[in-house]
Design a binder for this molecule. Structure first.
Ligand code: FAD
Length: 461
């Protein structure tokens, strides 16, 4: 095979443009280059690296059944990739390399270096559109990037409709099945394989089942963490285990079946947020450099309190909903979206700890950790970001808890020491109850902390 597909963050055979387009020209082989030290530098969690390794193994096995060779090369950093790829191409007489672009700065730099190296050595380089639902620039009439989500989303939807195409098929068989061993690299961390799927076929089934059974109720139920109402597909979407055209096609199919307008679908709107945050990284490169979208917010004097940060990380703040959220993260590698907002708002507004510390802890723990969405979510919560929450609207953890976990069902699941408390008491136990159940006093006074945070932001004006 003289066509090489270089997989990166598009770990799938279904709906993979690089694979499909390369195979139109001839036989392909597939390569993945692990850069474990770089990933660790980017704070990728054990769980994420575990699922990534298992996903690569699944790809290798599926390709082998089709008679397509798969190679895993291991280097340390992105800076080592160009040389490793060139050596591989020369050894294997590769004519052309195919890959899908990404949007984060370090990845873009790596790819520029690769493209240049390949071209200098007369190897064709096909850098395909990035893995977004709308991979072209979504710009205002003045040809500027959107800074507000809703108008972005309106243009995005029009473009999505214009560009809608069927998903790409899996690669065709190229020959007899190849015998391969299981891949189990030493950078693979532990993840909850009782909760998360490594097989592409199972992931695609999960997508279908979600769209068939849960799309309709999604808008009403998506904010209640005790309910299994969201897709929990984020770990797979962050690794590119599902393709954007497959997503759209599945949504359209099941909306039609249920007489719903796919264009107005709330779940599709969430996928637009994913595109929104990913493309922001291209338009506003400072976001890649630990900078806030609103530069003036870099003047805030964050509170560098180690014990309060530790209490937050461990789920021991004395605010039951926050603690349940953090324990869900620590135990499963995943946290419900409503809880991510509550936990992030608590850290940045009430403890007034720098959002970058929370962003880092999330990345180091989440199985779905994705720089663009995580940075976007943290900056939204901290009111430092693009189209962020207004700074004077500070989440009240007790109110959020009463509203979105009204029976305390979710809290009971993750803070079992409080499980005997009634639905009324569980959101804010008394001091006597805390003593009795060995549950901490609140680390902070909500009203006072809220006022201080608002004053700090007011002072920036
Ligand atoms: P669903 O409700 O089923 O949504 C479907 C998909 O849409 C998600 O899987 C995700 O790919 C995308 N999506 C949904 N909401 C958002 C959003 N607000 N921003 C970007 N994409 C979105 N998401 C990540 O994938 N990785 C992260 O590291 C991450 N960090 C976050 C940090 C904070 C502080 C906040 C507030 C949000 C973060 N999110 C992150 C977004 C969101 O919380 C998760 O995508 C969602 O909870 C995943 O669960 P799900 O797959 O069941 O979502």
């Amino acid at each position: 095979a003289s066509q090489l597909v270089w997989l990166r963050n598009d770990l799938r055979l279904d709906d993979n443009p690089a694979i499909a387009q390369a195979q139109q020209l001839g036989d392909i082989q597939v390569l993945f280059i692990a850069t474990a030290k770089q990933w660790r530098q980017h704070d990728e969690s054990d769980a994420k690296l575990g699922l990534k390794a298992a996903s690569i193994n699944d790809i290798c096995q599926n390709l082998a059944k089709k008679g397509i060779a798969f190679t895993l090369i291991e280097v340390d950093y992105f800076a080592d990739v160009a040389d490793a790829l060139l050596a591989f191409c020369q050894q294997n007489k590769i004519e052309a390399v195919w890959f899908q672009q990404e949007t984060a700065l370090d990845e873009c730099r790596r790819d520029e270096q690769v493209s240049q190296t390949l071209l200098e050595n007369h190897i064709e380089c096909h850098a395909l559109e990035s893995d977004l639902l709308v991979p072209v620039p979504v710009l205002t009439q003045k040809e500027e990037p959107y800074k507000v989500f809703t108008p972005y989303y309106r243009s995005w939807r029009t473009l999505l409709e214009d560009r809608a195409r069927p998903p790409y098929d899996e690669p065709a068989k190229q020959g007899k099945a190849i015998e391969v061993k299981n891949i189990n690299p030493d950078w693979a961390g532990k993840y909850r394989d009782d909760l998360w799927l490594a097989q592409e076929t199972e992931i695609l089934q999960k997508l279908q089942q979600f769209c068939q059974k849960k799309l309709k109720a999604y808008p009403d139920k998506r904010d209640y963490p005790a309910m299994p109402a969201t897709s929990t597909l984020s770990p797979y979407l962050s690794l590119g285990r599902i393709g954007p055209r497959r997503l759209l096609h599945t949504i359209q199919y099941y909306c039609a079946e249920q007489n719903l307008h796919w264009q107005d679908n709330d779940w599709l709107r969430e996928l637009a947020w994913r595109d929104f945050y990913r493309q922001l990284l291209i338009h506003f490169p400072e976001l890649n450099k630990e900078k806030p979208f609103k530069p003036e917010t870099d003047k805030l004097s964050w509170n560098d309190n180690k014990s309060e940060f530790e209490a937050w990380c461990q789920g021991k703040t004395g605010f039951p909903i926050v603690d349940a959220a953090m324990r869900q993260l620590n135990q499963t590698g995943w946290m419900h979206n409503r809880l991510r907002m509550i936990a992030a708002s608590f850290l940045t507004k009430l403890l007034f700890i720098d959002w970058r510390q929370g962003e880092k802890y999330f990345m180091q723990t989440l199985i779905d950790g994705e720089f663009a969405a995580n940075n976007g979510g943290w900056q939204w919560s901290a009111s430092t970001g693009c189209d962020a929450a207004p700074y004077f609207r500070v989440f009240n953890p007790q109110r959020q808890s009463e509203k979105f976990d009204p029976d305390g069902e979710f809290i009971r699941r993750f803070v079992p020491e409080l499980k005997s408390l009634s639905a009324k008491q569980i959101h804010s136990p008394t001091s006597a109850q805390r003593k009795e159940f060995g549950y901490p006093e609140p680390v902070v006074d909500y009203k006072k902390a809220r006022q201080e945070a608002i004053s700090a932001f007011d002072a920036l004006k």
